[in-house]
Design a protein. Structure first.
Length: 146
């Protein structure tokens, strides 16, 4: 089951679920907080993708074994998984925009699923491929942001 569903597909399924869930709030006072989260998501994702492209390494989440170089600079100094943090910020923005009361349950589920079925398998591959360099990086930088 690991590394079978691309994270953008998991993200889209979560976004659709957030949209489809009933909304218990009649008024949405948090709607405008969605905009900063959307901007943050865009910046984080573009910064992460740009570094991968600059280093000429794969961005395919289903083929981490094709990774040519370990990227640890730029946004990767703050999180080992900025692309997933970007998707997470997009889900937060979407949930805030819709004012959906249940959105944060879906967001939590996204984090659990991505960690278990994407990040942990990726980490195992990167440990094998980059050994000590990756283990040192892992000790210094958080998986998400915490």
């Amino acid at each position: 089951m690991e590394l079978k569903i691309p994270p953008p597909i998991v993200f889209l399924c979560c976004a659709i679920l957030i949209y489809a869930l009933p909304n218990l709030a009649e008024i949405n006072p948090l709607k405008w907080f969605a905009i900063p989260f959307g901007i943050l998501a865009t910046i984080v994702d573009i910064a992460a993708l740009a570094l991968f492209l600059q280093k000429k390494t794969t961005i395919n989440p289903l083929a981490p074994s094709k990774t040519q170089k370990l990227v640890t600079n730029g946004i990767y100094r703050f999180t080992r998984n900025p692309m997933y943090v970007g998707l997470l910020c997009w889900l937060i923005a979407w949930g805030l925009w819709l004012g959906n009361t249940f959105a944060f349950l879906v967001i939590w589920g996204f984090m659990v699923y991505i960690t278990r079925f994407q990040i942990i398998p990726e980490e195992k591959i990167l440990e094998q491929k980059f050994s000590t360099e990756y283990l040192n990086y892992k000790q210094k930088v958080a998986r998400w942001l915490w």
